[in-house]
Design a protein. Structure first.
Length: 259
């Protein structure tokens, strides 16, 4: 996997920082596919274990009133098919209500529990900051995911006295190496992944979410253009495609211990 242009000033160097396991958080089924499916396809192709955690069931999504009775089952099926297309089969839900997500202790506890269970090298999450250039990227549930995950990652995840019932159940504190954030403000993005070889898989995954796309052609055009623009910002050759992230080093050799 090719990543990060030198001018992006990313703390993550793919030549030296190895990734074996990734846990991805999103608000709704389809968020991960729009934000990071190309990168995920590259990871799984390289043998990385990737898991998803969707915080809501997507029960407020869709456009057809006739689908309301079975929208949760429909969106779950769409997400599972889309995940398979990029090499992911492990999907978890927190079953929060779509449109009502908050960075509550109930949600944060669920995040800490899952990270401690899986102990990934990278947690991938939606960004907690609003994008004023394209506010549609900043659905309140998206922001709540970013805030809940960021709060959970530090200090609760690595604090052995936070949520003591988790430690009592055998889930020991864990220091996460990397937090990757997507769907945030452009100016925060410091890491670009060349996904040119995986654009087809990403688009196929997005197309699976048929309940969410009233204009499929416009959606695909916007996604393609966005990836081309990311590649240009990253300094990649013309015609390449990239996904963009705000990468944060949470724990490393220079981290000062304590919480």
């Amino acid at each position: 996997m090719t990543a990060s242009a030198s001018q992006a000033q990313s703390p993550f160097n793919p030549a030296t920082h190895r990734v074996g396991r990734v846990l991805c958080f999103a608000a709704h089924p389809d968020d991960i596919d729009f934000g990071a499916a190309g990168t995920i396809a590259a990871w799984t192709a390289a043998g990385v274990q990737v898991s998803y955690c969707i915080m809501t069931d997507g029960d407020a999504g869709g456009f057809d009133p006739a689908h309301r009775a079975n929208i949760i089952a429909m969106r779950d099926a769409e997400q599972r098919r889309a995940a398979e297309l990029v090499g992911v089969s492990d999907i978890h839900y927190l079953h929060q209500r779509d449109g009502y997500l908050e960075p509550s202790h109930e949600v944060m506890r669920g995040v800490v529990k899952l990270i401690r269970e899986l102990r990934p090298d990278v947690v991938l999450s939606m960004h907690p900051e609003r994008n004023w250039r394209r506010i549609q990227k900043s659905h309140p549930d998206h922001l709540a995911v970013g805030e809940a995950v960021t709060r959970a990652v530090y200090p609760a995840l690595e604090n052995p006295f936070a949520y003591p019932e988790l430690a009592e159940a055998g889930l020991e504190a864990y220091k996460l190496p990397w937090l990757w954030l997507y769907a945030g403000p452009d100016e925060r993005e410091n890491h670009f992944v060349d996904v040119t070889e995986h654009v087809g898989a990403k688009l196929k995954a997005i197309h699976v979410h048929v309940s969410q796309h009233p204009d499929v052609e416009a959606m695909e055009t916007a996604v393609r253009q966005g990836m081309l623009a990311n590649a240009e910002r990253a300094g990649l050759p013309a015609g390449r495609s990239a996904e963009a992230f705000h990468v944060v080093a949470v724990n490393g050799p220079g981290t000062i211990a304590g919480f």
